[in-house]
Design a binder for this molecule. Structure first.
Ligand SMILES: [Zn+2]
Length: 303
């Protein structure tokens, strides 16, 4: 492929051809408690699958990160931070980044602005208590950013957001009160469509063999590597940390490392790199103002 398909990729550190951030959302049982409320304590089967994340998968993923010398970024709802302190301690102790992911996995665009602020502050507090530092980055649960999210993140001093899908390279979000670096991903790099079959969450996908899933993730990497892009996974420990999938993930990392000139970084490192380029005038990113629309668009005719 010699055709240039990507406009204005940023320069990556050390002349790297692309940036890779292995990111995971450690939702654990927040999903079942939020969605099923009073029924959740009786949902022991689903809960056992979800708590596999902090109990079994995260230590395995940390071992993989250690073996391949790559950093992880893990977004964790505040309730999970408090419920699984050993897991958070393990990750933070090994230098992995802990990002904000709500309190109980609430979708911000279903909350009032006041409730969204409450959830954001409580999540910051949990991470700060556990790690000694405020989170630098945020990923909205279920890709459900609200019209208020950007403003709140700016007000709370976040460096970046990782909730959107609007480009192949970092860009800037202009929100009320300031701007944020956006580090986008895509549904193609989410592991739910590949692997998750859980009636409790209305998710009934045919479960792919790990090799098939890796074809999707690897194709995204190969293109990013050819064109200078950004590869950000939206994996989940309870999904991608299962044994056969974790093995396949090792193979994917080996493929990336064999490709060469890849910058493996945490999301905060990537956001810091981008902010530095912008400040020094070394790269001009694309900008988008949020929210996109202030009112619904009136159709010309009513179907
Ligand atoms: Zn999540």
């Amino acid at each position: 492929m010699s055709l240039d398909l990507l406009d204005n990729p940023p320069p990556w550190p050390g002349g790297a051809r692309c940036a890779v951030a292995l990111t995971f959302d450690m939702d654990a049982e927040s999903l079942v408690h939020l969605r099923h409320g009073a029924a959740a304590p009786g949902m022991i089967g689903a809960s056992s699958a979800l708590r596999y994340g902090p109990r079994i998968a995260v230590p395995r993923l940390a071992r993989i990160a250690r073996a391949y010398d790559v950093p992880l970024t893990v977004y964790i709802p505040g309730w999970c931070v408090e419920t699984y302190p050993d897991t958070v301690r393990l990750l933070a102790g090994e230098g992995h980044e802990i990002g904000h992911h709500g309190w109980l996995h609430e979708r911000p665009n279903t909350l009032s602005p006041a409730d969204e602020a409450t959830v954001l502050l409580r999540g910051i507090e949990a991470i700060e208590q556990a790690t000694g530092a405020r989170p630098r980055g945020y990923r909205a649960p279920a890709y459900a950013m609200s019209a208020e999210t950007g403003r709140l993140l700016v007000a709370e001093g976040f460096a970046y957001d990782a909730s959107l899908l609007g480009d192949d390279v970092p860009y800037m979000l202009d929100c009320a009160g300031g701007s944020l670096v956006e580090l986008p991903s895509d549904y193609a790099l989410d592991d739910w469509p590949q692997y998750v079959h859980m009636g409790e969450f209305s998710m009934a996908m045919p479960i792919r063999a790990p090799e098939r899933a890796m074809e999707v993730f690897r194709a995204e990497f190969d293109a990013a590597h050819r064109h200078g892009g950004l590869w950000v996974s939206v994996f989940h420990p309870f999904v991608s940390g299962r044994l056969a999938r974790a093995e396949a993930l090792c193979g994917l990392i080996e493929h990336m490392q064999a490709a060469g000139d890849v910058w493996f970084a945490t999301m905060a490192e990537i956001a810091g790199h981008v902010a530095g380029l912008v400040e020094r005038g070394e790269w001009t990113p694309r900008r988008e103002a949020l929210p996109f629309w202030s009112a619904p668009v009136e159709p010309l005719v009513t179907p």
